[in-house]
Design a protein around this ligand. Structure first.
Ligand code: NZQ
Ligand code: ZN
Length: 393
């Protein structure tokens, strides 16, 4: 096992910590671009509280609102212009993963003279990996993506019908300010999708990893079990602060590099396929994951049952006859799919009104964006176009 783990983001966690935003922001900058979405932070009062904390600390605020779910590159360009025109020296993201991702690319685009879409990985070779960005503070209002503490952003291009990612060290937020109270207003469907997203981040490295990783496996299983315990509580009662607190922490640790370190993960196939489907249908990210992940698991379990047997035994308490007990592996996946349905996630494309006409297109487009030297999707096992089509069917 080998890895090189470095996460430079300072993590400030706890109910009520939003009041510290100004104090934390002031050493980083004096003119902040505050990035928000379609209005949820204003309706919840979060925006007002953030502004008064920044004002008390002497930070001047400029706003970029209206970032859409599946954030568009056009909004990134608008935000970068606002940052440049007002000489902003700091970006604050106040919202879900879409707002945080847009804010990351805005922070880099504000210091880049070219087209920000150059930064997004939309087919090899990647034109421009950003090397500098304005300092960023993330204040997540939804427990899901883990974007608050990683160096990744996922951006869509509506004209090109593409959705893809950028990863760069300069995109790590300087500070992630996690106040679980801000997530109390998340509706049940988005709460459930967040649970699915965070669990899928973990299963991607858990099942696509290689070798003997007992510590990583136990970390992964612990976070999945915690999310499965508190997720239904937060869906049933959105005001349950303890459940919200556990989910917020689970979502962050699921994708800040800690759990995947040393796993030798071959890739994130479920995410890569889902991004293509989202690009064409503008669906909610984790609604797509809930449909694709169990289907992908069944495909992967046939090739490598042992890890799926471990999942079935440790997550669901099933008993296998041995590491090759495919029936037990598949029973664990069925239980996982039942959990997703129980919290309110779709598990078939038809649940979202999507038919099977574009399945070949999703497969081709996924492979156009990411492939190994044999033209397959990096995963364990690597996937051909026919494999992707069969999973989606
Ligand atoms: O836009 P507003 O009005 O803020 O409403 C949002 C949006 O409608 C709402 N919401 C957020 N916080 C709320 C709230 N509603 C009530 N109360 C609150 N406190 O929820 C809706 C969805 O928001 P969005 O930010 O789109 O959701 P999420 O956090 O799931 O982010 C999804 C995006 O992140 C990308 C996805 O592809 C997708 O574009 N991802 C980013 C990753 C990363 N950077 O590491 C990894 C993920 O795998 C994912 O790909
Ligand atoms: Zn995700």
């Amino acid at each position: 096992m080998q890895f090189d783990f470095h996460n430079p983001t300072r993590l400030v966690f706890g109910a009520g910590t939003l009041s510290r935003l100004g104090e934390l922001a002031r050493p980083l900058g004096q003119r902040a671009l505050v990035v928000t979405g379609g209005g949820s932070v204003k309706r919840a009062g979060t925006f007002e509280r953030a502004l008064s904390s920044l004002a008390e600390a002497g930070v001047t605020v400029f706003e970029c609102d209206g970032i859409e779910p599946n954030p568009r590159i056009s909004s990134v360009k608008r935000g970068a212009s606002t940052a440049r025109d007002n000489h902003c020296d700091l970006v604050v993201a106040l919202g879900g993963g879409s707002v945080m991702d847009a804010a990351k690319v805005i922070a880099a685009a504000a210091l880049y003279d070219g087209d920000p879409w150059d930064m997004i990985f939309h087919g090899q070779p990647q034109p421009h990996i950003p090397t500098q960005a304005l300092p960023l503070i993330t204040v997540p209002t939804l427990a899901a993506t883990g974007s608050e503490m990683n160096g990744t952003a996922v951006i869509s291009n509506a004209e090109r019908k593409e959705k893809s990612f950028v990863m760069a060290p300069c995109l790590y937020p300087r500070i992630a300010l996690l106040d679980p109270e801000l997530t109390l207003s998340v509706p049940p469907d988005q709460t459930a999708y967040g649970v699915c997203d965070l669990i899928t981040h973990i299963t991607e490295s858990y099942f696509n990893g290689s070798g003997d990783t007992p510590i990583q496996d136990r970390f992964a299983e612990g976070v999945i079990i915690t999310a499965m315990e508190y997720g239904p509580k937060a869906v049933a009662d959105g005001r349950d602060l303890n459940a919200r607190t556990q989910l917020q922490w689970a979502a962050t640790v699921a994708l800040n590099g800690w759990i995947s370190s040393g796993s030798g993960s071959a890739g994130y196939p479920v995410h890569m396929i889902e991004h293509t489907v989202s690009a064409l249908h503008d669906i909610t990210h984790a609604a797509g994951l809930a449909i694709i992940n169990p289907a992908w698991m069944r495909f992967a379990a046939n090739a490598n049952p042992a890890k799926f047997v471990q999942f079935a035994e440790r997550i669901f308490g099933l008993t296998a006859s041995g590491p090759d007990d495919l029936a037990c592996a598949l029973a664990g996946i069925d239980r996982f799919e039942t959990f997703l349905k129980f919290i309110g996630c779709p598990t078939r494309f038809s649940d979202l009104g999507i038919d099977d006409r574009l399945i070949e297109t999703y497969a081709k487009e996924t492979l156009r964006i990411v492939h190994d030297d044999q033209g397959r999707l990096p995963a364990r096992p690597a996937m051909s176009e026919a494999d992707i089509v069969s999973v989606l069917r």
